[in-house]
Structures are given as structure tokens and as C-alpha cells.
Design a protein around this ligand. Structure first.
Ligand SMILES: [Zn+2]
Length: 219
């Protein structure tokens, strides 16, 4: 088979691999699906954030325009294959000792609409790579909250207040909350406080992206 016909066959089998996960242009992409132009625009997060109830926080990349383009289709349009990029830069800190990854839960109504929880997709990759299990039974979202993106900081806090319910199975456990994007941290805070109320001894939080840097600039 000629190289050209092999490429043609691969194009049909894996069409998404021909387009950059961020800008969607047809281009040469690297091992995690990003073109050279977009790769240069990706920035690491500062990770200096303190969030109430969270013992330590880690985020891989800044949530800038380049990252956002990939994230939105990953989250809302079923582009689950973009997890190769979304999870590529996540490095779990060496000093975190924990029992399980806990994806920030979606309300069951939202899960039904979307078909998947983007935070679970991320947590599954981390679990496969580390051998540490996922536990989705410890906390559930009991209230379908408004999308946080439309709200300001005060409204975000109010929006997620009392939205989660944990179980006593948390007792004595160290956990890592996993989410796709961290903005004000109000969702992570609310989950962490609920997990600790039910006996979790330590709650870390990890996100693929952090929008905090941009919020600081805009405020
Ligand atoms: Zn690109």
C-alpha cells in the first residue's frame, strides 16, 4: 500500500486526528493533537491558589482562548477524544497520598442530557495512569445548578451552596477532587466541605485548567 493511500485510510478511520484539538484547523498535530501555533499559546498555571476546605490545589494549564476552544467541545459537544490533550499536562504532585479520585459530580438530569461527565473522563485517564481508583459513590449533586459560567463570584457561591451530598463512606479517606476547569473555586470548596463533613481527612483538588489568572485581570 502506498503511503498516500494508507494516510487516506487513516483519515477515514481517525478524522479527528487531522484537526488541531484547539483551533480545529487541518494541520500537522503533535502527539496530543495540537498544532504548532496553538502549542505555543498554551501556558502553565501558577498554582498559587488557596481554596477553603482544599488541602492543596493543582491545575495544569491556564484557561486561555486556545485552551478554551478544546475544552468547550470536550465538555459540551461530545469530543471525548480530546481527553488526550485535556489530560496531557496533568502531573499529580508527588507528595499527595490519597485513596481515590472523586470527579465533581453532575446532576443526573445534566448527565442524561450530556451523556457523560467530563470530570469523570479526566479522572479515568488519571486512574488508568496511576492505578489509583475512582470513587463516584462518595458524593452526588442533589440540585441541578445553573451553569457557573453565567454568574459572578457571589452568585457562584450561592448557586452551589448545598448542591452536593456526601456519604459517611468518606470517613478516614484522603481524596482528590477532579474537575475540568476551576474558576472561583466555589464548586471545589463546596464539594470539599461536604466530603469533610462526612469524615474525609484530606481533600486535594486537581483541574485540567485554571481560569483564575484571567479573572484576576478582569476584576
Ligand atoms: Zn491549533
Amino acid at each position: 500500500m502506498k503511503i498516500s493511500s494508507l494516510k487516506y485510510a487513516l483519515d477515514i478511520l481517525f478524522p479527528q486526528h487531522l484537526k488541531c484539538h484547539c483551533c480545529n484547523r487541518e494541520a500537522e498535530v503533535n502527539s496530543y493533537g495540537i498544532c504548532v501555533d496553538c502549542e505555543q499559546k498554551l501556558l502553565f498555571s501558577a498554582n498559587d491558589a488557596k481554596i477553603d476546605g482544599i488541602d492543596a490545589f493543582y491545575s495544569a494549564l491556564q484557561y486561555n482562548d486556545t485552551a478554551r476552544r478544546a475544552e468547550l467541545s470536550f465538555k459540551f459537544n461530545g469530543a471525548i477524544y480530546k481527553k488526550e490533550f485535556i489530560t496531557h499536562f496533568i502531573k499529580i504532585p508527588d507528595d499527595w497520598m490519597f485513596d481515590a479520585f472523586v470527579p465533581v459530580p453532575l446532576h443526573k438530569k445534566r448527565l442524561k442530557e450530556r451523556g457523560y461527565n467530563q470530570s469523570t473522563v479526566i479522572a479515568k485517564v488519571l486512574s488508568e495512569n496511576s492505578g489509583i481508583p475512582i470513587d463516584e459513590t462518595l458524593i452526588t449533586r442533589i440540585r441541578a445548578t445553573e451553569a457557573q459560567t453565567k454568574l459572578d463570584r457571589a452568585a457562584r457561591l450561592k448557586n452551589v451552596k448545598g448542591a452536593f451530598r456526601a456519604t459517611d463512606e468518606c470517613k478516614g479517606k484522603s481524596l482528590v477532587l477532579v474537575d475540568d476547569v476551576r474558576t472561583t473555586g466555589s464548586t471545589l470548596k463546596e464539594c470539599a466541605l461536604e466530603l469533610k463533613k462526612h469524615g474525609a481527612v484530606r481533600v486535594y483538588a486537581l483541574t485540567a485548567f485554571s481560569a483564575m489568572e484571567e479573572i484576576k485581570k478582569g476584576e
